[in-house]
Design a protein around this ligand. Sequence first.
Ligand code: PAF
Length: 283
Amino acid sequence: MKVVHTLAELRDTLRAFESPAFVPTMGNLHAGHLALIDQAKPLGDVCVASIFVNRLQFAPHEDFDSYPRTFENDCAQLQAHGCDVLFAPNEGELYPQAQTFKVSPDPGLDAILEGAFRPGFFQGVATVVMKLFQCVFGQARGQGHAVFGQKDYQQLMVIRHMVQQFAMPITVHAGATVRAEDGLALSSRNGYLSPNERVEAVHLSQALRYMITHAQSGERDWAALEAQAMATLQARGWAPDYMTVRRQADLQIPQDGDTELVALGAAKLGPARLIDNWSFTLG
Ligand code: PAF
């Protein structure tokens, strides 16, 4: 695997390829990221990953400074999974001037759920992904491919809209959420949990399953279902931001006749803010 730190080196390395397949990450890689690499490998003629902890998507009170940086270990894992090129720029390389020009996602998507609790988050994500796409695909002659995890459901939607609305020659692929044996969705932030919190953490996905089971049994009072899931987590010591059932297509509240739904939740447990979701169908 070739590791490059500058845009010039990246462009030089990718010049020979027509159709890169790209997995952007913030490092601290786990099996979920590596599954995205495995998925990306056969999609293009070169598999590229990036590691960049993007300051723009962190609010001042969030964990930018403490976000785990595990570069050597990440490199070894990417290499073992057959990644061809790792782009690991420093901040000065990706943001040589203050990034005053930003990509603003559709307000309907930006202002709800994650966006409501993390204002500016999706703008920060869209801006860095637009920039990384320019770096990786800027000189590609063929179709590009990018793979994003479905655990970040709303992020995936934002990126899909961005690619569609800017007519970018990139196919965005969704990677299935990888879970630990007990059902906890893998996340870099799981590392913040104490052993006891780690045991408790599975209750986020269980509370989502609770909403799904009741929806599939005919419950349509979404507000009551959400309140019940929130109360269950609160009683267990969590601080939930939201627990909700939405339409898969646009993350709006389901209307009569909608069948393709997704249960999404975000909640703090000790020092970690965890998110998860499950898609489901009403029969
Ligand atoms: O999902 C992530 O790790 C980040 O939001 C991403 C897409 C790499 C942008 O910084």
